[in-house]
Write a protein that binds this ligand. Structure first.
Ligand SMILES: NC(=O)c1cc2c(N)ncc(C(N)=O)c2s1
Length: 321
């Protein structure tokens, strides 16, 4: 191969990487391979050749770093530097009032809450370095989770590259829509396989797959709802955090509302309790979060759960087995 200067190599890689990634994306997630394998392989080998000559030019988003063809023997584990805590639950308006009273007593005044739907899926952590997705992981036991990065890369609504080159961690919920759940179970029934009991199990069974191709064959969705590390972003409320997540390219549930104290919370709960069957995703409650992020820090966490958020749980859905 004619020797390439580093500059020529860098320029050629800048052309090859996005081309291969877009072909790969089509192959994995849009079920529509747009190029013959030998064309893909030829360009991929060219990329490997150049990266071998100039290893310092390898970037995290290079196709050579996205080994999506390997079926892992078991999940690699990741440690959550900031634990993925669970959340306290309440089941009545009275308990909600007690939660609010504790907060107001602690901080000495009424607080705004950001009220969000509690999605019936599984928690997901995403880590980006300079805007590139480098790790996806499950909650696990809250401290040690499973590395599901290759699977996460097949989920269409998760950006592999952010709109800004930020190094951040974000968290949210991975779920399967009711429509996809019915399609998948019909497919499994036709193939004589065991069906999933509910969309949450189907989502967990699809994300926690050792073969990314199986994950890619299932339509998973996400709603992201927490920025864990901000990389200097000036975000001071949970409401702003959701707007920022949306600007960065994440899928964010559009129903969140800010309330002053508990005013309006009961209406929100009653409304979504009534329409939950009509939503195409499962919800099992409503989450109240103190909107001011500094107040969240001031309130902190108990041993197990944050003091600044609570889940108001709906009764199990009728259709749920
Ligand atoms: N375990 C947790 O902290 C949470 C769990 C969930 C969930 N399953 N769905 C939505 C939210 C939210 N909107 O914050 C949260 S927060």
């Amino acid at each position: 191969m004619a020797d390439l200067t580093k500059e020529q190599a860098s320029q050629e890689l800048d052309k090859i990487r996005p081309q291969l990634n877009s072909w790969r994306d089509a192959y994995y997630t849009k079920d529509a391979p747009v190029v013959e394998d030998n064309v893909y392989d030829k360009l991929y080998n060219r990329l490997l050749e150049i990266e071998q000559m100039y290893p310092e030019l390898v970037t995290p988003d290079s196709p050579s770093q996205q080994v999506g063809d390997v079926t892992l023997p078991d999940f690699n584990k990741v440690t959550h530097d900031i634990p993925m805590l669970s959340m306290g639950d309440v089941f009545s308006e009275e308990e909600l009032a007690e939660f609010n009273d504790r907060i107001e007593k602690n901080v000495g005044h009424e607080v705004d809450y950001n009220v969000e739907l509690k999605i019936d899926g599984l928690s997901l952590s995403l880590i980006y370095e300079n805007g590139i997705l480098v790790q996806g992981s499950t909650r696990g036991n809250g401290t040690i989770g499973e590395n599901v990065t290759e699977n996460v890369k097949t989920i269409k609504d998760i950006p592999q590259k952010l709109s800004r080159p930020l190094s951040i961690e974000v968290r949210g919920e991975c779920f399967m829509s009711k429509k996809e759940f019915l399609r998948l179970n019909q497919e499994r029934e036709n193939e004589g396989q065991q069906v999933f009991a509910n969309p949450r199990n189907a989502a967990a069974g699809s994300l926690r797959q050792l073969d990314p191709k199986i994950t890619a064959s299932r339509k998973l969705d996400t709603f992201m709802y927490t920025i864990v590390t901000f990389d200097g972003m000036d975000v001071t409320t949970q409401h702003q955090a959701l707007e920022t997540l949306k600007e960065l390219g994440f899928n964010v549930n559009p129903t969140a509302q800010v309330t002053t104290g508990l005013k309006g919370v009961q209406n929100f709960i009653e409304h979504y309790g009534e329409v939950r069957d009509d939503l195409d995703y499962g919800i099992d409650g409503v989450v109240l979060k103190v909107d001011d992020l500094a107040l969240q820090q001031q309130l902190g966490n108990t041993v197990k759960v944050p003091r600044w958020e609570i889940a108001y749980k709906f009764p199990p859905e009728q259709s749920e087995t």
